[in-house]
Design a protein around this ligand. Structure first.
Ligand code: DGJ
Length: 739
């Protein structure tokens, strides 16, 4: 059998003397022919190279070198073993030809053939602006009319890359896509440490860190809607050793897809790490008609050789500037009635809550679940979903009346919807059973007493769009939507689709269609992505939403950990944190914790004692005074609550003139607290900062010296002790530049 010449140098056949000699002699001739494609951010680079056999491989991923011509020499340094296939480092691994490992793409051609090979045709680089460049690489199967274009969108300053593929069928008949990943990466390091997340309702974002061993570690979801209930589409991999906040090589990755996802992390026979990220192929074979293209969702990633802190800041800056809706703008503080009333309210109660909204000093009243349905009134979660008419008993004068009450009280009005769902006990279900996702031959299985509407059906898309559009058309002053999504997809079957294996994908496409339409008409209206807690959090959805609901678990102690983990990937401006009655902590602690994102309340204001009310009113004003720094500043996680008695983190504004530091006690053991100063980060060493404690409870005084001024140099080398202890369980410090 003819042995192939290795095309990619991370996989050399170093044990062959003859081959080495051949390579040495042939090297100059090869060097001239090689096409090298560096995908470069300000600090990092992914280097692709076209081999002699025209296959595109990854020859390097990591910090950028000063001299780009040296990338070609990197592979020659490795002696990791033989790659018999010669494609272990493929930029987009095909199935059915010579590949032996997990593919990024697997197809059946129109003629039934199951092999695929992709060869380089051309590439181009398009500068979208000074910071954003899109590189595309066109690949073609030499035996079939099937093209794949690999896209790499580089956000230079943020050190972020979005990577996806587009598969085009130029064959005469339909091609079946069995697997169609967005991205395929190849990393080389002595050790790989995967940090990933699992959870469930009220237990979102539980981290696990493990060293990857030979074989494939799969992270995935098969839940359809609220796909992230058990696992978010988000992970990090440290190279060499587990990265810390300030040190280590770390890759953050996240799939921009609001549905089933799959990450394969495969440690290959050369001890290199192959990462394949994309839509989950589970039950999702996709028939691609002739002359059609299937575009996969972007996989976004960033790399830092300075630890997790820098990687987070990269992601946050990118998200605020390029992805999150209105990421550079403002957010509305609010009072929500969910935990204050649940389903038990009427116009009088709500009018009082609207007055309380004003009294509290927040921007908006948010009316939650329970305001709709008449035939089967929405008085519990058992009925009414799908019937989006105001319940005449609870709201005899409609939403309009409440909007007016809000206007009278000089606050805004927001409203809850869950338009993708239906209770079997609803008029909608009776009228349109064919709109419901369910197996015709099997008993229905409900999640929170409800089923999912079939968004692959354009009529259902019209309906869902219509729910929001009607509210807006009738009440143009509605200022906010909370878009909830409480059920997973059981019994996946669509009465509309002829190919059932399209359902999971077409559902998400339908969801995006609705959101595109909504945003075309209401481009800026703030909207919360909510999913019975944090069951749906990804950058595919967040381009249409201003914020997301992290978890129904608002116990502040739990919340410190949940918010902490989300903060690795999603910026604070997108974190909706509400002060509720969960947990045993005092109001100050609950409020201080909610302040490290976007502040909201879900409490009965009229039941607050005099001092609590005073505290809450002052807290809202205090929050307004620094929210800009939390929303748009850089985050530095300082003291990890998983390793210490307390948590500390801070946000610094772009001018390094103002910073806010949050500190929370997370242990009630004897003497738990902050024994030493906490070294700060992100300040200007040459500036001086006044340190002041904020948000004190009425009648208490700060334990810190008044008007203390320190240099940035001092604060970052020695630090400041927030004096957290059992009497001071949460402490917020403000640092202001002073001359
Ligand atoms: C789940 C959400 O997470 C809650 O905040 C609340 O809106 C309920 N749904 C309402 O049913």
């Amino acid at each position: 059998m003819k042995r192939m010449i290795p095309c990619f140098a991370l996989t050399p056949k170093a044990n062959s003397f003859w081959l080495a000699l051949f390579l040495l002699l042939a090297a100059p001739a090869f060097a001239q022919k090689k096409v090298t494609i560096p995908i470069t951010t300000e600090k990092n680079v992914l280097v692709l190279q076209v081999g002699e056999d025209k296959r595109v491989g990854i020859i390097y991923f990591g910090p950028k070198l000063k001299n780009a011509s040296e990338y070609e020499q990197i592979p020659g340094m490795y002696r990791k073993g033989d790659d018999y296939s010669g494609v272990l480092n493929a930029a987009y691994t095909t199935a059915g030809s010579r590949n032996l490992v997990e593919p990024a793409i697997q197809v059946t051609h129109a003629d039934g053939n199951t092999s695929l090979a992709l060869e380089y045709v051309s590439h181009q680089e398009k500068k979208e602006n000074d910071n954003v460049t899109l590189t595309s690489i066109l690949l073609k199967d030499p035996a079939y009319d099937l093209n794949v274009t690999l896209y790499y969108k580089v956000y230079h300053q943020e050190n972020v890359v979005e990577q996806w593929s587009a598969i085009r069928n130029n064959e005469k008949g339909a091609v079946t896509l069995h697997k169609y990943a967005s991205a395929n990466l190849y990393l080389s390091a002595p050790e790989y440490w995967l940090n990933h997340y699992h959870g469930d309702w009220a237990r979102e974002m539980q981290p696990d860190e493990e060293q990857l061993t030979a074989g494939i570690k799969v992270l995935d979801s098969k839940l359809g809607t609220r796909a992230n209930l058990y696992q978010p589409p988000t992970f990090m991999v440290s190279l060499g050793k587990p990265a810390t906040e300030e040190e280590g090589n770390v890759l953050y990755g996240s799939l921009e897809w609001t549905g089933n996802f799959k990450f394969d992390l495969e440690l290959d026979p050369l001890h290199n790490l192959r990462i394949i990220a994309g839509i989950n192929p589970y039950a999702s074979e996709y028939a691609l008609a002739p002359a059609k293209e299937f575009s996969t969702p972007p996989f976004v990633y960033t790399f830092s050789d300075k630890g997790k802190g820098e990687a987070s800041r990269n992601m946050h800056r990118w998200a605020r500037k390029y992805k999150l809706l209105n990421g550079t703008g403002k957010r509305l503080t609010l009072l929500n009635n969910w935990e204050a009333t649940y389903f038990d309210f009427n116009e009088t109660k709500l009018t009082a809550l609207i007055k309380d909204t004003k009294k509290l000093g927040v921007d908006m009243f948010l009316l939650d679940d329970g305001w709709f349905a008449n035939k089967y009134p929405r008085n519990s979660d058992k009925a009414g979903l799908g019937d989006w008419q105001e319940n005449v008993k609870k709201l005899p004068h409609g939403i309009g009346y409440l909007v007016k009450q809000a206007q009278k009280n000089d606050v805004k009005f927001g409203i809850w919807v869950e338009p993708e769902m239906v209770n079997p006990k609803s008029a909608l279900y009776e009228q349109h059973p064919e709109w419901v996702i369910r197996q015709p031959t099997r008993p229905e299985h409900l999640y929170r007493n409800q089923l999912v509407l079939d968004l692959s059906n354009p009529q259902v898309q019209d309906f869902v769009f219509g729910v929001l559009d009607k509210i807006m058309t009738e009440n143009p002053r509605v200022a906010f939507f909370k878009w909830d999504c409480n059920a997973v997809i059981y019994n996946a079957h669509s009465a509309y689709l002829s190919k059932q294996s399209h359902l999971y994908v077409d559902y998400v496409k339908g969801f995006y269609n609705v959101l595109e339409r909504f945003r075309a008409k209401y481009p800026k209206l703030p909207m919360m992505l909510c999913s019975g807690g944090g069951g749906r959090v990804d950058y595919g959805a967040l381009q249409y939403f201003t914020e997301f609901w992290l978890s129904d678990n608002t116990d502040p102690l739990e919340r410190i950990f949940i918010q902490w983990e989300y903060s690795y990937f999603f910026p604070a401006i997108a974190h909706d944190n509400h002060v509720t009655d969960w947990g045993k902590q005092p109001l100050k602690f609950r409020t201080d914790v909610a302040m490290m994102g976007k502040l909201g309340f879900d409490i009965v204001v009229s039941k607050l004692g005099k001092e609590d009310l005073q505290f809450a009113q002052d807290a809202v004003k205090t929050y307004d005074s620094f929210s800009d720094v939390v929303w748009h500043g850089d985050l530095y996680r300082l003291v990890n609550p998983r390793q210490n008695d307390f948590a500390a983190l801070m946000y610094v504004d772009a001018a390094q003139s103002k910073a806010i530091m949050f500190n929370y006690l997370v242990s009630n053991r004897y003497n738990a607290g902050s024994p030493s100063p906490v070294k700060l980060s992100g300040l200007d060493p040459n500036k001086k900062y006044k340190v002041k404690e904020l948000n004190l409870y009425p009648g208490t005084r700060s334990a810190l010296p008044a008007d203390a001024v320190y240099s940035g140099n001092y604060l970052m080398n020695i630090g400041v002790n927030p004096l957290v202890n059992a009497q001071r369980t949460s402490v917020i410090l403000e640092l202001t530049e002073t001359k």
